[in-house]
Design a protein around this ligand. Structure first.
Ligand code: GUN
Length: 295
């Protein structure tokens, strides 16, 4: 039987409706308008399209939003000064610096300059450390999107065997740490697999929930998946162009084969991707509420 398709488009749209209402109430009852600044250095086409989408969503939800387009050759100290300005600006609750940054800029230095209470990407080591001990204010957007997809689509995480393929700092490591917590939408038994894992299939075949962020097209095939498992595909691989000139995408999972074996599966595109931007908005609303002492 073919798997149920878990739609990130539908789930993200539902959450955005909830956020829109929350923003309306924050304005009406507290005079509080969530503020987000997105900073892009240079004109990398993928980054420009991500940031444009982030700005568009922020405006749709009623945020105060600022876009900073910075020249590719900006000196690092100028970028740090800009971040400092927004750290001190009370109308801005969230600061996002789009990655990757040009080679002459120390990415860690820039991310560490963002005040942890405005770090809506959840990349600052303070927030990563808090995530580890279960006290995070902000979770990184892609892992948070994955957890919301599971919870809101009725996938039982409590007690599940979760296998994560990939150990990046922005997806693999944080999602593993989030799902292992003794908390709602978590409390799973988590295994992490990576390029050093021997016999990957012997691990993935045990998974009730298989989360794949391997960065390798179609790395997971049907023989590596347990019958009825939930498969979350985080991969976004560009595999050419459509006749209309758009990038053709495929995930890290062989969707056509795996959907005949899995119980539920996310598509690419339209799965995890649409959740990420929505989680940035959720984090920004949270940052505004924390700043306004509403939570
Ligand atoms: N580049 C690709 N994904 C992301 C993200 O989630 N946040 C930032 N800041 N840059 C990115």
């Amino acid at each position: 039987m073919s798997a149920r398709i878990i739609s990130g488009l539908e789930t993200a749209a539902r959450i955005r409706e909830e956020l829109k209402e929350e923003v309306r109430v924050l304005k009406e009852q507290h005079g509080l308008v969530p503020g987000l600044v997105t900073i892009i250095v240079g004109k990398n086409p993928a980054s420009v399209s991500y940031v444009t989408a982030k700005q568009k969503t922020a405006k749709e939800l009623g945020f105060y939003s600022v876009q900073e387009d910075v020249a590719e050759d900006v000196p690092e100290e100028d970028l740090l000064a800009m971040i400092e300005k927004y750290n001190e600006d009370p109308s801005i609750h969230g600061i996002l610096v789009q990655l990757p940054l040009p080679g002459h800029i120390n990415e860690s230095q820039v991310l560490y300059a963002i005040r942890p209470d405005k770090d809506v990407d959840g990349f600052h080591p303070v927030n990563i450390g808090k995530l580890l001990i279960g006290e995070a204010h902000f979770y990184p957007c892609t892992p948070l999107g994955i957890q919301q997809l599971l919870v809101r689509n009725g996938i039982e995480v409590n007690g599940a065997e979760v296998v994560v393929v990939g150990r990046s700092n922005i997806v693999g490591k944080p999602i593993a740490m989030m799902l292992v917590q003794k908390a709602k939408g978590a409390n799973a038994t988590v295994t992490m697999c990576h390029t050093g894992t021997r016999d990957l299939g012997s691990h993935t075949r045990r998974a009730d929930i298989l989360i794949v962020a391997a960065g390798k097209p179609k790395a997971i095939t049907a023989d590596m998946v347990k019958e009825g498992a939930t498969v979350i595909d985080v991969g976004v691989n560009r595999i050419g162009m459509t006749p209309e000139g758009k990038a053709r995408l495929c995930g890290d999972v062989d969707f056509e084969g795996v959907k005949e074996k899995a119980g539920a599966i996310t598509p690419v595109p339209g799965g995890v991707g649409p959740m990420t931007i929505t989680m940035l908005m959720l984090n920004t609303v949270r940052a505004a509420k924390l700043a306004g002492k509403i939570i």
